[in-house]
Design a protein around this ligand. Structure first.
Ligand code: ZN
Length: 491
């Protein structure tokens, strides 16, 4: 392997040279969405972060098995062990079957990922399709003595586990602090300790999603699915586990404990976490009234948005920040990203028509080395992009005759830009970029329809009908309204 990639391992809190378990192959597991609502930026960041990793690994020659799950059962409201399932709650409110809710939002998530040019994972397993595997993990943890049955439910015994193994090492929490911070178990008599988490929950009579098990008709605990599915598809020990930083505790800590208890070993070699997104400096959340869905970003239909932003603008904006940094969304920052992306794309288009000289005054080999060095350094996409912008300045200087490039360097420059912009960063040309062609088209159609309105006012029916008929023939649907007109392009 030509490249040695350094990756920051959350577990050791340091950058480590990545060495796969099996040479040339990478096993990657990333926690996917709980599909009970529209796709939002919180979904986009881990998706884009691990898409970048997936793309880069493949580019440098690894065969990657990328598993990203769909949580369609067991994730209870408020991430708790008691209460309603998030999907069941949505199903009740919308009067749908839970699996209809799952399908609607899985489809929507896939559509959003496609627009963001996020490659589909190698396997996308659903929690509800792996109940047998989850029951098997519960059996193993019970047999190892780190779980107990209580009134039809099974709980992981955190304090007992912590006596024999470490608990909290990923999130940096100490078991003594966790114990002293745990509230009294008023009304939660099923559990021995508030720290314990459910592996299997007995379903209440009103609970719709339920399966038979040795303990009760019920459903698996949220943390268990990732242990069961990563083991099934990647093995008991695998290379990389990723997800959002908010998942380190309790979700990933629980995964570490479950795997150790069930299989007697640590499952994950490198833990990678993307940082969170803020909006105008504030945490994003439904309760704060600033949760913006991806479709709202694309339509601009939200009071906090000054305009619509294209999917590639969002992707480019995210890549301009390192995945371990917080990312603040603001109109100003997005507009800057939009302009930057346009400059980058225009430069790519210009490369073919650059004039060549006998020798170069620019150093393409150095530029190439810098781009790769940035990516090899814990996927430092903002630095890689900064180097690409040096390349943009290079391209513009050659166009202006201030620098010279040889034919072979021009070929290398083109390959470098195409590889980085399209294959690694996963950017693509967009037809409907705001301010681009579609904006001009809108202005032209509006202008024609205003002329038609004037013709009508002047009782020039010939001109008015002609504009209407010809636009209709081109596929425009025109409606006259009290105040003027509306139109739509029907394909
Ligand atoms: Zn997970």
């Amino acid at each position: 392997m030509e490249h040695k990639i350094q990756l920051y391992n959350t577990l050791t809190r340091s950058k480590e040279v990545f060495e796969p378990l099996v040479p040339g192959k990478v096993g990657l597991y990333v926690c996917g969405p709980t599909v009970y609502g529209p796709a939002h930026l919180g979904h986009a960041r881990p998706a884009i972060t691990f898409d970048l990793l997936f793309r880069y690994f493949q580019h440098i020659g690894y065969k990657v098995r990328y598993v990203r799950n769909i949580t369609d059962v067991g994730h209870l409201v408020a991430d708790a062990d008691d209460g309603e399932d998030k999907i069941a709650q949505k199903a009740r409110l919308e009067e749908l079957e839970p699996m209809e809710v799952v399908q609607i939002y899985t489809n929507e998530f896939h559509k959003a990922m496609e627009m963001l040019n996020v490659l589909p994972p190698s396997i996308e397993p659903r929690a509800s399709g792996h109940i047998i595997e989850q029951i098997e993990e519960v059996r193993k943890i019970l047999a190892a003595g780190y779980a107990y049955e209580s009134q039809g439910s099974v709980y992981f015994d955190v304090e007992k586990f912590a006596k024999d193994h470490s608990y909290g090492k990923l999130s940096g929490r100490k078991i003594e602090d966790l114990i002293s911070n745990t509230r009294d178990l008023d009304g939660q008599h099923e559990k021995r300790s508030g720290l314990d988490f459910a592996l299997w929950k007995k379903a209440q009579p009103e609970h719709i999603m339920r399966w038979p098990s040795p303990w009760s008709d019920g459903f698996p605990g949220w943390h268990l699915e990732c242990t069961a599915m990563s083991t099934k598809y990647l093995g008991e020990v695998f290379d990389i586990h990723g997800g959002g930083m908010d998942l380190t505790f309790p979700h990933h800590e629980a995964e570490i404990a479950q795997a150790r208890a069930a299989h007697g070993k640590d499952a994950v070699r490198y833990w990678m976490h993307n940082n969170m997104i803020t909006l105008n400096g504030q945490k994003m959340g439904k309760s704060l009234g600033n949760a913006i869905s991806l479709s709202q970003f694309l339509s601009g239909d939200h009071p906090l948005l000054e305009q619509a932003y294209s999917a590639m603008t969002i992707r480019f904006f995210m890549l301009q920040s390192h995945y371990r940094s917080t990312l603040d969304f603001s109109n100003e920052a997005l507009q800057a990203a939009e302009k930057g992306l346009e400059r980058l794309m225009k430069a790519v288009e210009k490369i073919d028509s650059l004039p060549v000289s006998a020798s170069s005054t620019v150093n393409v080999a150095e530029l190439r080395a810098n781009c790769y060095a940035a990516m090899d350094d814990d996927l430092n996409s903002p630095i890689a992009i900064a180097h690409l912008f040096e390349g943009v300045r290079m391209i513009n200087a050659i166009t202006d005759g201030k620098e010279q490039i040889s034919a072979s360097d021009k070929e290398e420059l083109k390959q470098l830009f195409c590889t980085f912009v399209f294959d690694i960063l996963g950017l693509k040309a967009e037809q409907a970029a705001p301010g681009g062609q579609s904006e001009t088209l809108k202005e032209v159609v509006d202008l024609l329809l205003k002329l038609r309105l004037e013709a009508k006012q002047n009782k020039d029916w010939g001109t008015s009908d002609r504009i209407r008929n010809e636009l209709t023939a081109l596929g425009f649907e025109i409606k006259d309204t009290k105040d003027g007109f509306t139109w739509e392009l029907k394909k």
